[in-house]
Each structure stands twice: as C-alpha cells, then as structure tokens.
Write a protein that binds this ligand. Structure first.
Ligand code: ADP
Ligand code: ZN
Length: 603
C-alpha cells in the first residue's frame, strides 16, 4: 500500500485517495476479485491503474471504445507509464512495438477491445504472458439489465473459466441491483467484494425549467459559461441539427452528433469536442459512453429523458474534474404525454410497460417537483438523505406556497362538469374563457366554471394543474387520449373538506436560478491562468493529444494561485507527478517568473 501511495504522488501528483479507492486498490493488490460501482467522475481509473503499475507483469484492461482507450493510454504515457492499446486502428509497426515492450517486461497496462480477447490466439498469448489481473471497464455492458448491453462483452465470462487464478476487477457507473448481480454472474467473479460509492456529485448543480423559450434560454446560459464545453441532449436527430444551427448563428461554436451520421463524421466531431475545438455538441443520447472529457462544464436536456437512470447518467458526464458544473432540464407536460404514449403503443408486454410507466412518472415528478432535486435522485437510488443540498434550483430559490384550494376547486369542477372530457389544454382554455372554436363546438362555454380563472395566466394554470396531478388530485387517462379525470382525493377538495397548498409559478425563475458563473478560486491570478492555458494548448496541439492530458485545469489553477518560482515548489501542486515535473517543470517556472517580472515592471 505504501507503494500505491507513492505512485499516487509520483505518477499522478495527487496527495490522497478519494472515497473507496484505497480499499479497492488494496483488494486488487491482494489478488481478489472486486466489483466497483462509482458514479461517473468518481475516479475509477486509478483503482486499476495504480495496482497495475505496482504489480509485476501487466494488466489487461477491457474497454469498449477505441477513442476512450486512446485517451487513457495517452494520459498514462504523459505521466510516464508504459501503456498501449490493441485495436483495429493500429498499424503493424505500432503493434510490434507493444509486443516488444511486453517481452521486455516494461508494459504496465494493455488496453484491448472485447472482440480482440475472445479467440484462441489471444488466450494463448495471455497464458504465456505475465498478466497481473484483468480490469473490465464499463462492466454493465455484459448485462441485459444495464442500459448498454453489448454482445461481445458476454464472452468475457470465459476469462475466469480459462484463467481462474488471474484476479478481475469490474467497474461501472450503473447503480441498480439487478445489473450489479448480473455482472457478478456473467463475469463469473469469484467471491468478489462489492464497492458501492455514494452517487452524490457535489459539484453538479441541478436546475429544472418549463420548456418555454428554450433556444433563447440556452443561448443566454451558454454565453454565461465563459467558453466552457457542454452537451445539449435532444430527442431527435433533426432537432440536434436545427438547434446546433441556431446556436451557431448566435455565435456559439457548436456542432451536432447523432447515430445517423457516418462513423468517420462522428469520430471527427467527438475528437474536436474532446480537444476543445468545438464548445457545444447538440446530440442524441448516442453521444455517450465514449465521452471521457473531464472539463465538461454543462449538460442541458432539451427534452425530458424517459427515466431518472438515463438522466443521471447523462448529466454525470459534466464535471468529472470536480469543478462546479451546471445542468438544466427542460420539460413540459407534452414531453410526459408523448413519452407515455410511446410506452402505451409499444409492443412490449404489460409488466414491462408498467415498469417503464412507473419510471417515467418518477421522472416527471422530479422535473415538475418542488423539493430538493439532489435528494430526490439519491432517494431514487436508495441512498436516503433529507438535508437540503443547497445547490439545486429548489434549494437556491425555495418555492413560495399559497393556499390554492379555490384554484383547485375551479379546475376540478370544470373537469366534473365537462363529464371528464378535457385534456390539459382544453381545461385551461375553459378556465380562461377562451373563444377557441373547439370550446363552442363542444358547448363548453355553457358550463358554470367557464371563464372562472381568466385572471390567471395560461402558464400558471399549467403549473397548478401539473401540481394537482402530482398531488393525486387529478389523474391522466393515457388510454383515452390523455383526458383528465378526478380521483378519490378530489372529492374532499371539491366539498371544501381539505385545503391544498400550491407553489407560486415564477415565470422568470431561470433568471434567479441562473447558471452559476464559472469563477476561478479567489486567489487565482486569472491573467496568469490564461497564459498557462495557451501554453498548455499549444503544447497539446504539437503533441496531438487532448489538452487536459498535458495538465488539467485544476493544476493550472494551482499554479496561478501559488505562482511557484522554484522548481521544488511544483511538487506541492496537485496533478504534477515526477514525469510532468521533469518534462515541464523548467518551462513552467520560466513562464511564471517571466510573468511576475513583467507585472512588477509594469507597476
Ligand atoms: P471515472 O472513470 O470514475 O469516471 P476518472 O477515473 O476518469 O473517473 O477520474 C475523474 C477525474 O478525477 C480524473 O481527472 C482523475 O485524474 C481525477 N482523480 C481520480 N482520483 C483522484 C484523487 N485521488 N485525487 C485527485 N484527483 C483524482
Ligand atoms: Zn437541493
């Protein structure tokens, strides 16, 4: 373990382990199997990289995406660790170089895609090599219960059969229990120890807004991000393209990504985003697992996802580097109705539909709810928490409640008097005394509550009726064209036996809950930070690697705060290990000294 701590400092330049990292590494070093469940950005990679460096031989890391592998390998090489990846994009020469390193016993990590593993030749290669352990990244791909099943992962189950003595560590960010149990079964993990981390991501700020004026709001929001990268998730391929165009016209460096594009176009976009050449990607959920970019500052959902699992995974791509990151979820009642009818119309069996429906309802409850959003999610994942998080919109701008009994009575009475024949839209039109043709055709202008709520704006009514649905006072009949119906609880309200609190609808909530501006820590010299950043980006460009693998933002911040002028001082900056100390130390010191001198002579 001492060696592991030394590697943490020398190779990565970090002072302490995070969460369960130390325990997990201990387990791997003891040659036992482990299953690691950690949220995205939690620090899974170190859990296998450090033991791989510490142990004799080399570790085989199975990872599903080539782009992801290459980034990891290049980050390791930047830290002076001998690592390589075997995949289809490799030339013969590069392959030979990797095998030479293996023969010399230098290689510490070998990344391979799953389809490379499952053949006789590779098995015999493993047999005659000194493999310290297997690491299976994105392990949920082995299970049909996970959200990303891959058939070539299934055969990884044979590894334990052929090589019972080689330990295995499986890692994933998928939380649910069914998937977890299935991973252990499918991979034949041997009395593996489970490490389940908290799913709380303290640097992710949650905001949910009604889907009005989305484009305008998104543009304003992005303009506040000071160039930080982000993803906007859209439901359809077409909307990724049209939104991206609108952003582009507004002067935002954006592009789009969806499964209908050729794979070469997709990888170009992904690369450009990864290397900060594109600021914003408008994408369908096809843009996902391969994204290993640590400095994603925001994730926006243009439409509501179909369940909390997908939503949390998607926003989880923000802020892997631990810096504050913002998310906005746009949703409205129509999303909910549309997703419901997808479920209703699907050919799936009724049990499956019931589960999907329940999940969707929780998602809608989350989006339109007025309680702490972080707690909602943690409770959903079975982590009970009730202290307000202080960083979601509901915590930051607590909702204002009022006695809404009369409003509820007006709405309920209109539903009853119409014979439960109103959709949400129509109900609002009745309450507001609209002159729409449909109202006259259905003779709705003759009912007693027609126009009884004309003093309340449309969007407010929409919010109040949604709240009534969430409080169980109104039921939506999805099998009958989404007509609103009353429920047993509505009666007590109609008769005045029960009072109902509603939350005031604030139209410009997003102004108040405006994305927190990304500000650097108080003592950081912003000018120096910018100079260091351009130095780093130039470097990265020359080497053809992502900028953060040269030095992460956090390290640049540390440097611009401490302003070290002696090389030794660099060792106290987080993210500078031995390799980077040797490689960049002199240059950094010179750059900082020159900066300080320039500043003092200007004063
Ligand atoms: P995951 O694979 O779980 O999504 P990563 O392994 O990519 O997460 O880690 C996320 C970020 O946190 C990386 O930039 C990594 O270098 C950093 N990190 C991991 N462990 C530590 C630690 N103990 N101290 C400081 N930074 C860490
Ligand atoms: Zn909160």
């Amino acid at each position: 373990m001492n060696k592991a701590r030394e590697i943490l400092k020398d190779v990565y330049g970090y002072d302490s382990f995070r969460g369960d990292q130390e325990k997990i590494i201990h387990n791997v070093l003891a040659k036992k199997d482990s299953l690691v469940i950690m949220p995205t950005g939690g620090g899974k990679s170190l859990c296998y990289q450090i033991p791989a460096i510490a142990m004799e031989g080399f570790a085989i890391v199975i990872s599903p995406l080539i782009a992801l592998m290459e980034d990891q390998v290049s980050a390791l090489q930047q830290n002076g660790v001998k690592a390589g990846a075997l995949n289809s994009s490799l030339s013969k020469v590069e392959q030979t170089a990797i095998f030479e390193q293996i023969d010399k016993g230098e290689l510490k990590l070998l990344y391979v895609s799953p389809e490379r593993i499952n053949n006789e030749r590779f098995y015999s290669f493993i047999k005659r090599s000194d493999v310290s352990f297997f690491a299976v990244d994105e392990a949920h791909c082995v299970s049909i219960w996970g959200n990303d099943f891959r058939s070539d992962y299934v055969e990884l189950g044979y590894l334990k059969e052929y090589f019972p003595d080689i330990p295995m560590i499986a890692l994933t960010a998928t939380a649910d229990e069914a998937t977890r149990e299935d991973i252990v079964k499918q991979l034949n993990l041997d009395e593996s120890i489970l490490y389940l981390s908290s799913f709380e991501r303290e640097n992710i700020y949650l905001t949910s807004l009604p889907a009005q004026d989305r484009v305008k709001k998104i543009i304003r929001f992005i303009e506040n991000q000071e160039g930080g990268s982000g993803i906007v998730y859209c439901l359809s391929r077409k909307s990724t393209e049209s939104l991206s165009n609108k952003l582009f016209l507004a002067g935002i460096n954006s592009s789009y990504y969806h499964a209908g594009m050729s794979s070469s176009d997709r990888s170009i976009v992904q690369r450009d985003f990864q290397n900060d050449r594109i600021q914003v990607i408008c994408a369908t959920i096809a843009f996902g697992m391969g994204i290993d970019k640590p400095n994603i500052r925001f994730v926006v959902h243009y439409n509501m996802p179909k369940n909390i699992e997908s939503y949390y995974q998607e926003i989880g791509r923000a802020g892997r580097d631990g810096h504050i990151s913002s998310t906005i979820l746009f949703s409205n009642y129509n999303d909910f109705v549309q997703l419901s009818s997808f479920i209703e119309d699907s050919p799936a069996d009724s049990t499956f539909k019931k589960v999907q429906r329940a999940k969707l309802e929780r998602m809608w409850e989350y989006a339109s709810g007025y309680t702490c959003r972080t707690n909602f999610i943690l409770n959903y994942f079975g982590e009970y928490r009730h202290e307000p998080c202080g960083r979601c919109d509901n915590c930051r701008t607590p909702p204002l409640k009022f006695d809404g009994t009369i409003e509820c009575q007006k709405a309920l009475s209109a539903i009853v008097r119409s014979g439960e024949q109103l959709t949400m839209d129509l109900l609002i039109n009745v309450l507001r005394g609209s002159g729409a043709r449909e109202i006259y055709e259905k003779e709705l202008h003759t009912i007693k509550t027609y126009g009884a709520g004309r003093d309340i704006p449309y969007l407010n009514w929409k919010s109040y009726i949604t709240q009534m649905v969430n409080q169980g006072l109104v039921r939506i009949d999805f099998t009958k064209g989404n007509l609103l119906c009353i429920t047993p609880s509505s009666k007590e309200v109609l008769t005045g036996e029960r009072k109902i609190d509603l939350v005031e609808f604030v139209k410009d909530k997003e102004k108040k809950a405006k994305a927190k501006k990304i500000t650097l820590k108080g003592n950081v010299d912003v000018e120096l930070y910018e100079e260091l950043r351009s130095w780093r980006n130039e470097r990265a460009q020359k080497l053809g690697i992502p900028a953060y693998t040269v030095l992460p933002n956090k390290t640049l911040e540390g440097l611009s705060e401490v302003k070290p002028t002696k090389k030794d001082q660099l060792q106290d900056i987080s993210g500078i290990g031995k390799m980077k100390y040797e490689k960049y130390g002199d240059e950094l010191i010179a750059l900082i000294a020159e900066y300080i001198q320039r500043k003092t002579s200007q004063e």
